[in-house]
Design a protein around this ligand. Sequence first.
Ligand code: ZN
Length: 317
Amino acid sequence: MSFSSEVKEELSKHMSEARHCQIAEIAAMISLCGKVTISEKDEYAVKIHTENIAVAKKFYELLKAAFHIKAAIAMKKNVYLRKGKSYTVAVSKHEEAIQILKAIKVLGKDGEIQEEMSISNMVVQNTCCKRSFIRGSFLSSGSISDPEKTYHFEIVCLSEEKANQLKEMIQFFEIDAKVVTRKKYYVVYVKEGAMIVDLLNIMEAHVSLMKLENVRILKDMRNSVNRRVNCETANINKTVSAAVKQVEDIKYIEKRIGLDGLAPGLEEIARLRLEQPEATLKELGEMLQSPVGKSGVNHRLRKLSAIAQELRENEIT
Ligand SMILES: [Zn+2]
């Protein structure tokens, strides 16, 4: 199961105690994946459409809890789709449909249905209801990427107005949500790991939250280990290439004037370096007859390089 499906599975089992929260969640689902139909006899029906059975069941349970309405769940097989199944949850009785539409405030006083089915902020005044609304929106048309790969949370909306409302609601919880257009859709998204953790908390997906946190911790650890390994490798490479250059210089001096032509202190370090090409400066210093520190060794090796450089220049002229 994808991480997205896991989160939806968890959220589908979460049932708010308060009726206002249940209504806010129903409102979000109708607004994002629902439809109102009006028959020739002027009778209303409300339905939602989803490919996720857990989401269908959640809507059914919410209607039962908030309105004591028993909706009808229908499954449809689509032979052209890989996933193949989709679900419709419908309330076909006119009085029941009206009851729902009034509660989510998309029905005007004149009985006219609001075309876009944008949800009034009245329905989501309480913080608890905002949480429920975000949860319902995510269940209807949201997704989360596998955190092992990338951090991405999004909810697809059909209108700019709905996307902005949702964005502001998420921003209310101090999460930096943004909106981008994709084809004819408006997508509300969050791209930062820590903020997606916060979002799961707001929607009350606590099991998924722990999972995401674990992945984040492991990822951070891997990154810091990688950084350290890279850093150490870089230092080793630096040491090795410096030593190679020193050995080259010393061999050049040997060829041109012989190592015994050097001052005794320089001769000793030159011979030692040829014998110990892999030793660090500190180790070389300790091997000398009268040991010196790292900077002493460095000083002598630089002197040797300078001599080699001088000899090379003389050779050219
Ligand atoms: Zn509430």
